[in-house]
Design a protein. Structure first.
Length: 367
C-alpha cells in the first residue's frame, strides 16, 4: 500500500510542521531530527517525505544557506511593458540561475509603484555587481527600469505553511524579533566545494538515514572531513536550515492547494526607527519573511517589508490589519503602507557559485 501524499494527511502534516522550517542549521542526521521533533519513527518520516517528493507535493528537499552571508543580494522590482511581461518572467525563471523568487505582482488600487509588476530576488557572488547583472537582464528582457532593494536587516525567514494554518491574526512571540545582519563572510576553496555539494536538492533516493555520504563523495572529501567543514560553515552562520519545500503555488494531483494568496506588505516608518519597526513586524508568527529594505520615492519611501501567505485573501488582510494596529499601539508612525499581491510565480534557490556566474556572463553579456 502506497503512503498518503497530501500535505493535510495527519501524519504528513505532523512531519511538515517540523520539516518545513524548524530544522535549524546543519544537522549530521537531519531526518533523525525531524523524527525526534515530530514524535514519529524515522522510517515513517523517510517514507512519507520520499513519497511526497515523488508526488510533487514537496517540490524540493535541501540544505538552505544564508545566502546574504555569501553573496550580494537584493529584491528587485522590474518595470516591463505588458506585452513583454510574460517573456521576461520566462527568462528570469528559466534562464537566469541568479534570480530566485520570480513573481508577478499586482495591487488592489493604482498607486506609486503599481507599474512594477515583475519582482525577483537576485544574488551575485561576492565582488560582482548587482547593478551590472541587472543591466544585462534589463537588456535581454527589454525592461524599462529596475530598482534594487538590498536587505539592510532581516527579522523573519522561514516558510512553514502547515504550522501557520489557523493562526489567529496578531499572534506573536513575547519579544520583538532580533535583526540578523547581512555582512558577507569569506570561504576557502575546500569550504566552497563542501557548500556547493551540500546545497543541491536531494533526490528521492537520497531521502535516507545518512544523506551526506554521497555529497561528501561529490565534494571529493572523506565523510568525516565533510561533516567537520559543514560544522565550520555552520559556525560562520552561512547555513540556514534543512528544509522540505512544499509546492504551494500549483494544486496537487488531488486538486488541493497548500495556500492561495501571498501578500508583500510595505510600511514606511520614520528614518532611524527601521530596526524597531522591523522587530515589531517580525515578531508576528504569520510573517514568513520580514526585512529592512528601502524602495525610495517610487514606493512611498517604504523601508520595512514582509510576506504573509494564506488560503483566503481576507485572512492575509486580517493579519496585516493586526500588524498595522500593533505598530500604532507601539507608537511607530506609518506614512505609507500597501500590499503587492503575488500571482504567477516560480520559486527556486539562487545560484551563488562564482564559476557559474562567470560562465553565464560569458554566454549572455553580449546578447
Amino acid at each position: 500500500m502506497s503512503a498518503p501524499t497530501e500535505h493535510d494527511d495527519p501524519i504528513n502534516a505532523q512531519i511538515l510542521s517540523v520539516s518545513e522550517d524548524l530544522v535549524a542549521g546543519f544537522q549530521e542526521k537531519p531526518f533523525h531530527v525531524i523524527a525526534q521533533q515530530s514524535g514519529l519513527p524515522l522510517e515513517t518520516v523517510l517514507t512519507r517525505i520520499r513519497a511526497m517528493l515523488e508526488a510533487g507535493v514537496i517540490r524540493r528537499v535541501r540544505q538552505t544557506l544564508l545566502a546574504t552571508k555569501l553573496a550580494h543580494g537584493a529584491l528587485v522590482a522590474w518595470r516591463v511593458s505588458p506585452k513583454r511581461l510574460n517573456e521576461a518572467f520566462e527568462f528570469m525563471s528559466k534562464h537566469d540561475p541568479f534570480s530566485g523568487h520570480v513573481v508577478l505582482r499586482t495591487t488592489d488600487t493604482e498607486v506609486s509603484g503599481s507599474g512594477y509588476r515583475l519582482w525577483t530576488t537576485l544574488k551575485v557572488p561576492q565582488g560582482e555587481s548587482l547593478e551590472e547583472h541587472g543591466n544585462v537582464l534589463k537588456r535581454i528582457v527589454g525592461a524599462e527600469k529596475f530598482l534594487l532593494m538590498p536587505a539592510k536587516g532581516l527579522f523573519a525567514l522561514g516558510v512553514g505553511h502547515v504550522r501557520r494554518k489557523g493562526l489567529e491574526p496578531g499572534a506573536k512571540i513575547d519579544e520583538p524579533a532580533q535583526m540578523m545582519t547581512t555582512t558577507t563572510v569569506s570561504l576557502d576553496e575546500e569550504e566552497w566545494k563542501v557548500l556547493i555539494a551540500m546545497k543541491e536538492e536531494l533526490e528521492p533516493h537520497e531521502i535516507i538515514e545518512n544523506p551526506w555520504d554521497q555529497r561528501a563523495e561529490t565534494a571529493g572529501v572523506e565523510l568525516r572531513r565533510f561533516l567537520d567543514i559543514a560544522k565550520v560553515l555552520n559556525d560562520k552562520k552561512v547555513i540556514g536550515r534543512f528544509s522540505t519545500f512544499l509546492e504551494h503555488v500549483k494544486p496537487s494531483q488531488a486538486g488541493k492547494r497548500v495556500t492561495r494568496f501571498n501578500g508583500l506588505f510595505h510600511w514606511a516608518v520614520p528614518e532611524g526607527r527601521e530596526i524597531e519597526a522591523g522587530g515589531e513586524v517580525g515578531r508576528h508568527h504569520c510573517m514568513t519573511h520580514a526585512y529592512w529594505r528601502e524602495g525610495g520615492p517610487e514606493f512611498g519611501n517604504v523601508n520595512v517589508m514582509g510576506v504573509v501567505h494564506g488560503s483566503e485573501k481576507d485572512t492575509v488582510l486580517s493579519h496585516k490589519a493586526a500588524i498595522d494596529k500593533h505598530l500604532e499601539q507601539s507608537g511607530i508612525p506609518v506614512s505609507y503602507t500597501n500590499v503587492f499581491w503575488g500571482g504567477r510565480s516560480e520559486i527556486k534557490p539562487s545560484e551563488i557559485s562564482p564559476d557559474v556566474y562567470r560562465e553565464w556572463h560569458r554566454t549572455h553579456s553580449g546578447t
